[in-house]
Design a protein around this ligand. Structure first.
Ligand SMILES: [Zn+2]
Length: 712
C-alpha cells in the first residue's frame, strides 16, 4: 500500500470470563503495543482499539459456575483485564466492551445491512435441545466423549484436551450441562453467512495478493481452510445473552459475529470521546488496518471478518501478524488447568509489591518480546526469564547506562563534556555510525512485525557501547595526571570524547528502547533532564541530542536482578496451583479418569437402583498391554474376564508402564457399548481411582478372585 494516511491497530478482544495469562499478552497485546508506540513516536495518525468480548455461552456457563449472573461476570473480568493491561503498559486509545449500547447498535446495524443486501441465508435445522431446561443448547452446553482422545468431558465445539475442533454431533454420549440428560434434536431457524460463496475472493486476496507480505504461518493456515472448502456459518443462535437479533425474539448474534464488530464500535466510542470522525478509519482506503492476534484467531480475522467487512463496504486488514503459542515450563499454558502465569498474579507478585515495580513490567515486556512466538511456538521458563533479565537487561543495557552516568559525574563534573572533533578516531566514528545504522535496522524489523529482531538490535547497540567503553577505559586514562593531581589536558580530552559519545548513545538507546520498554525510556528521560519530545523517532540516529555543558541527574537503577529464591517460589506456586485445580476438577467430575483439562461442573442426578443394576461390573486380569501409536495417553489392554478376553482402550498411559500392569486384577464395566478410539474398538471400561494429586490407581478386589466375578 502507499504511505498510509492513518493507522487503525487492533488487538484481539480478550474474553471476559476469567483472568488472562502472559501467553495472551505475548501473542496479541505486547506486539501491538510496540508497533503502536513506534508509530506514535513517528507522529503518525494512529488509533489503537481493544476491549472485552463479553458475549457467548462461555460467559453464561462461568456465571452458573460462580453462582452469579452474566453481567456480574463480565463487569468483574472487564475491570480486571482493563486494569491489568494498563499496569503492563499496554497503551490502548480505548479499551471498550461489547456489552455497551453503542456496540449492540453497531452489531445490529451490521447484521441488518448484510441481511437487507441478501448476503445472509435463513435455514431451518435440527439442533440439540434440553427438554428439562426447555432450551436449545449452545455447543458449549453439550459435553460428551471426544471421538479422538476419549476425553469424556469434551465440549460440543472443542475438546480442550487434544485441541480438536468438534461439532456436537461428533460427541459420543452427548449430555446437557444444564440437566445432565441426553439432549434431543429439535427444529430451529437461523441465519447463515455463506462463506462458500466467497472462496474465490479469499483465494485471490490472501493466497495471491498477500502471499508475500503476510506471515507464512498465517497464509498457510488460511490455505488449509480454503482448500478444505468453506461452509456456511451460523450467524445467530438460541441464547439469551448477547446482541439481540432484530425481529427474532430469543435469538442473539453468534459471538464470533458480534465480537470483531467490537473493533468498529470501540473506534466509534473513541471518536465520540475525542471529537473525531470514526468513518475514515473503517472506510477510507488510505487507512492501514492491522489486527494483532494469536493463532487460534486466524480463521476469524483472515477469513470470516474480512468477508463481513467486504460485504458491508469496509476496508480490509493490511496485515494480520498472528503469533503462535507460548508454552510454560514444558507444557501448554492453560488457565483452566492452572498451568499459567496470570497477568493479574504477575502484577501482584512483582509490580505492586515493591517500589519501582515499573522495572519489573519492563523486565516482563523484555523477556516476552525476546522469546515471542513469532514464527513457531516458544517457551517461557522462570530460569530463562532470570537469565534474560540478569545477563542482558542488567548486565548489558542497565550496566552501560549506569557506567556512563557514574563516570560522567566522576570525570566530567556531572555535565555533558565537549566533543573534540579533531581527535575522533576510527573506534569513535564506528560507534557513531552504528548508532545511525541501528535506526534503519529497528525500523525494518518493526515494520515487518519482527519485534524480537528489533529488540535484539537495541541490546546489541548497548553491547557495542560497553565494548567501546572497555576499549577506551576512561577510568584508566584519568590516572594520567598532572602536578595538580587532575587528569592532564590531553587525558581529559580523551575522557570527554568517550563520555560525550556514550551519552549521545544513551540518548539514542532511550529512543530505541521506548516502543519496547516505555517505563525504562521514561526513567532515562528523567535522568537526562530532557523532555518527552526527545523520544520522537525523528531524533533517532542523531549524535547531538544532549548539548555540551548540560548538567544531568544522578543515575537511577533501571533494572534489578531476579533472585533464585523468587523463581523457586514461582515454580512452586505454579505446581501448587495446577494440582489444586486438578483436585477440584476431579471432585466435580467423578467418573472421568483423565479429566485434567476441564473444570466443567457435571452434576449427576440421583438414580434408581434399577439404573445402577444396569451396569455390569466384572473382575478381570490384564493379560497384555501396549501403547497406542500417536496417542500418548492411551494404552491398548487385553483383559481376561474368565468367560472371554476383551480389548479395552484406556487413557492411563501417562500413569503406568505397560509391562508393569500385566497380571493386575481390575474392575471392568463389561456392558459398556463398544466405541472406537484411534481406530481400535474398545469393549468396556476399567475403573480407576484418582487421588488429589491426579495420580491414578486401579480399583481392584482386596484379594484375588476368579476372573469374571461380579461386582455389586
Ligand atoms: Zn479430545
Amino acid at each position: 500500500m502507499n504511505t498510509p494516511k492513518r493507522y487503525l491497530i487492533t488487538s484481539a478482544l480478550p474474553y471476559a470470563n476469567g483472568p488472562k495469562h502472559i501467553g495472551h499478552l505475548a501473542g496479541a497485546y505486547l506486539p501491538a503495543d510496540i508497533y503502536v508506540r513506534y508509530l506514535r513516536a513517528q507522529k503518525k495518525d494512529v488509533v489503537y482499539v481493544c476491549g472485552s468480548d463479553e458475549h457467548g455461552a462461555a460467559i453464561t456457563i462461568q456465571a452458573m459456575k460462580e453462582n452469579s449472573t452474566p453481567l456480574a461476570i463480565v463487569d468483574k473480568y472487564h475491570a480486571m483485564l482493563k486494569s491489568n493491561m494498563a499496569d503492563l503498559g499496554i497503551s490502548f486509545d480505548i479499551y471498550h466492551r461489547t456489552s455497551s449500547p453503542i456496540h449492540h447498535e453497531t452489531a445490529q446495524e451490521f447484521f441488518t445491512a448484510l441481511n437487507d443486501k441478501g448476503e445472509l441465508e435463513k435455514k431451518e435445522t435440527e439442533q440439540y435441545y434440553d427438554e428439562d431446561a426447555k432450551t436449545f443448547l449452545a455447543d458449549r452446553y453439550i459435553i460428551g466423549t471426544c471421538p479422538v482422545c476419549a476425553n469424556e468431558n469434551a465440549y460440543g465445539d472443542q475438546c480442550e484436551k487434544c485441541g480438536t475442533s468438534l461439532s456436537p454431533e461428533q460427541l459420543l454420549n452427548p449430555r446437557s450441562t444444564l440437566s445432565g440428560n441426553a439432549p434431543v434434536k429439535k427444529a430451529t431457524t437461523h441465519w447463515y453467512l455463506p462463506l462458500n460463496k466467497h472462496e474465490d475472493f479469499l483465494r485471490k486476496w490472501i493466497l495471491e495478493d498477500h502471499a508475500a507480505d503476510w506471515k507464512a504461518n498465517v497464509v498457510g493456515q488460511c490455505k488449509g481452510w480454503i482448500e478444505a472448502g468453506l461452509q456456511p456459518r451460523a450467524v445467530t443462535r438460541d441464547l439469551d445473552w448477547g446482541v439481540a437479533v432484530p425481529g427474532a425474539p430469543g435469538k442473539v448474534l453468534y459471538v464470533w459475529f458480534d465480537a470483531p464488530i467490537g473493533y468498529i464500535s470501540a473506534t466509534k466510542q473513541w471518536a465520540l470521546d475525542n471529537d473525531k470522525d470514526w468513518r475514515p478509519y473503517w472506510e477510507d482506503k488510505d487507512t492501514k488496518l492491522v489486527h494483532f492476534i494469536g493463532k487460534d484467531n486466524i480463521v476469524f480475522h483472515c477469513i470470516i471478518f474480512p468477508v463481513m467487512l467486504k460485504l458491508h463496504g469496509n476496508i480490509l486488514p493490511d496485515n494480520v501478524p498472528s503469533n503462535e503459542f507460548m508454552n510454560l515450563e514444558g507444557d501448554k499454558m492453560s488457565t483452566s488447568r492452572g498451568w499459567s502465569i496470570e497477568m493479574d498474579d504477575y502484577i501482584n507478585d512483582f509490580v505492586k509489591k515493591e517500589n519501582g515495580g515499573d522495572m519489573m513490567v519492563d523486565a516482563l515486556r523484555y523477556y516476552l518480546t525476546a522469546i515471542a512466538p513469532e514464527t513457531k511456538d516458544s517457551e517461557f521458563t522462570w530460569k530463562g526469564f532470570q537469565d534474560a533479565l540478569n545477563s542482558e537487561l542488567v548486565a548489558v543495557f542497565g550496566n552501560f547506562v549506569n557506567r556512563t552516568f557514574v563516570l560522567m559525574h566522576k570525570l566530567c563534573k556531572g555535565k555533558v563534556p565537549p566533543l573534540h572533533v579533531e581527535l575522533l578516531d576510527n573506534t569513535d566514528k564506528q560507534l557513531l555510525e552504528e548508532i545511525q545504522l541501528t535506526k534503519i535496522k529497528i525500523q525494518n524489523s518493526i515494520e515487518s512485525y519482527k519485534f524480537r529482531d528489533g529488540l535484539s538490535e537495541v541490546i546489541d547497540l548497548a553491547r557495542k557501547g560497553n565494548k567501546y567503553m572497555q576499549e577506551k577505559e576512561p577510568w584508566i586514562v584519568a590516572k594520567q595526571t598532572g602536578e595538580d593531581g587532575q587528569p592532564t589536558a590531553a587525558a581529559q580530552q580523551k575522557i570527554d570524547n568517550c563520555l560525550h559519545i556514550c551519552l549521545q548513545l544513551t540518548a539514542n538507546l532511550a529512543i530505541y528502547i521506548n516502543p519496547f520498554l516505555p517505563f525504562t525510556a521514561k526513567k532515562m528521560i528523567y535522568m537526562m533532564k530532557v523532555v518527552d519530545k526527545m523520544l520522537d523517532w525523528d531524533n533517532a540516529g542523531k549524535s547531538k541530542l544532549l548539548s555540551t555543558g548540560y548538567s544531568l541527574r544522578a543515575p537511577e537503577l533501571l533494572f534489578r536482578k531476579l533472585e533464585d529464591a523468587e523463581i523457586t517460589a514461582q515454580i512452586e506456586k505454579l505446581k501448587t496451583k495446577s494440582s489444586t485445580l486438578k483436585k477440584a476438577t476431579s471432585m466435580e467430575t467423578t467418573t472421568d479418569t483423565n479429566n485434567q483439562s476441564t473444570n466443567q461442573p457435571v452434576k449427576k442426578s440421583t438414580i434408581e437402583f434399577d439404573d445402577f443394576a444396569k451396569i455390569d461390573l466384572k473382575v478381570g486380569t490384564i493379560t497384555a498391554a501396549e501403547k497406542v501409536e500417536k496417542a500418548d495417553k492411551l494404552l491398548k489392554l487385553e483383559v481376561d474376564l474368565g468367560f472371554e478376553k476383551r480389548i479395552i482402550v484406556s487413557g492411563i498411559a501417562l500413569h503406568f508402564e505397560p509391562a508393569a500392569i500385566i497380571g493386575k486384577q481390575v474392575v471392568v464395566v463389561a456392558n459398556l457399548a463398544p466405541r472406537k478410539m484411534r481406530g481400535i474398538e474398545s469393549n468396556g471400561m476399567i475403573l480407576m481411582a484418582e487421588d488429589a494429586s491426579g495420580k491414578l490407581k486401579f480399583v481392584s478386589p482386596g484379594e484375588a478372585v476368579d476372573n469374571g466375578s461380579a461386582v455389586s
